[in-house]
Design a protein around this ligand. Structure first.
Ligand code: SF4
Length: 357
């Protein structure tokens, strides 16, 4: 461990300011892993109710492994980044059925788990098994770059290595768990991205960025995520109490969730229902069609902006059998509307269905 006033100052600050969060009072690797996966790219206030739902529904890893994936996706609904939920489920099965229900107790072996990257492996290794491996997330990059004056790009491989080495050199062997909790909490509460209250910060005397007045220049992040725009036209096809649905199998966003038959356009301005091949095929069932071009649903993901319109079709009951055979040929399913309620759906579809009520 390198000597720097940073570690003792941080460990002094932590007990005075830390929040009481349920996953902090345990060394149970299952609970720690669950909280870490739920909290990735998610604020604590948003993740906390999901954490509680998961712990109540699946009190042990075996409960989670034995649950159908659809139930897990449904519980995850609204949290986004659904690949995390699928990985969560796959990892629970891996541990339960291949590792006899036991979490690996070393950083290197934790990295072999499905959906567990360097950050999560370090968190479990240090919180559950007291291994001196530092966690490095956005909060940690910010705190270390400001305090030590490091201008290396945090999005670069070089930057990641440099920050990991520095954090590992600061972590005390006798309390790696407290250090990791403390540095993340310090980044979340004190050394926040915008306008940190440096005048009240106990680390200000030795903080590079504060002394040099360069707080707004750190951390350096050069790569920008490229955001693409997508335009969806959803076909909400109902026949009596039944509705035509699509399960998203392909390698794309929302894999495994249920939505409606969809045609994608190259820009939101080009959406035109009469131009869609589904629209033309559906005319055979003499539907009542309703389309409001003004009603566009916008949904923003980290790397995609989605603009979506819905065209609805009410097909008379006499066409039910032929509609069903058309849907099956197209790879869609026909189910009662009440069954659709129970399935995991993209948030955009949930918003649309709520608006229809
Ligand atoms: S003085 Fe300001 S920039 Fe430096 S560690 Fe404290 S909050 Fe962060």
């Amino acid at each position: 461990m390198t000597f720097s006033p940073f570690t003792p100052q941080l460990l002094h600050w932590y007990p005075l300011h830390k929040r009481d969060l349920p996953w902090r009072n345990t060394q149970n690797p299952y609970i720690i892993w669950l909280s870490e996966i739920i909290l990735q790219q998610t604020r604590v206030s948003q993740g906390l109710p999901y954490f509680e739902k998961f712990v109540n529904n699946y009190p042990t890893i075996r409960h989670l492994a034995e649950a159908p994936l659809e139930d897990v996706l449904r519980l995850w609904q609204g949290l986004g980044y659904y690949s995390r939920a699928r990985n969560l489920h796959a990892c629970a099965r891996q541990i339960t059925y291949e590792l006899n229900g036991q979490f690996p107790n070393s950083y290197q072996n934790l990295l072999k788990l499905k959906g567990v990257g360097e950050y999560t492996a370090a968190a479990i290794a240090s919180f559950a098994f007291l291994q001196p491996v530092a966690v490095v997330d956005g909060n940690v990059f910010r705190v270390l770059s400001r305090y030590f004056g490091i201008y290396t790009d945090i999005a670069s491989g070089k930057g990641k290595k440099e920050f990991q080495l520095l954090a590992n050199s600061l972590i005390p062997a006798d309390s790696p768990d407290t250090f990791n909790q403390a540095i993340m909490e310090f980044g979340a509460l004190q050394c926040v991205p915008k306008s940190p209250d440096c005048d009240q910060c106990p680390l200000q005397d030795s903080c590079f960025a504060y002394q040099k007045k360069e707080i707004n220049l750190l951390p350096v992040k050069l790569k920008k995520v490229k955001v693409s725009t997508r335009a969806f036209l959803y076909h909400d096809i109902a026949c009596g109490d039944a509705v035509v649905v699509n399960t998203r199998h392909e390698k794309d966003i929302w894999q495994g969730l249920t939505d409606f038959p969809l045609v994608e356009y190259n820009s939101p301005e080009n959406i035109d229902p009469e131009d869609s091949n589904l629209f033309q095929e559906l005319q055979a069932f003499e539907p009542e069609v309703n389309y409001e071009s003004e009603k566009t649903y916008k949904h923003i993901l980290s790397h995609q902006k989605i603009f979506s319109n819905f065209v609805s079709f009410k097909v008379p009951g006499e066409h039910y059998t032929s509609l069903e055979s058309w849907a099956h040929k197209r790879g869609f399913a026909v189910m009662p509307k009440s069954d659709l309620e129970k399935l995991g759906k993209p948030q955009l579809i949930v918003r649309y269905l709520n608006d229809k009520k």
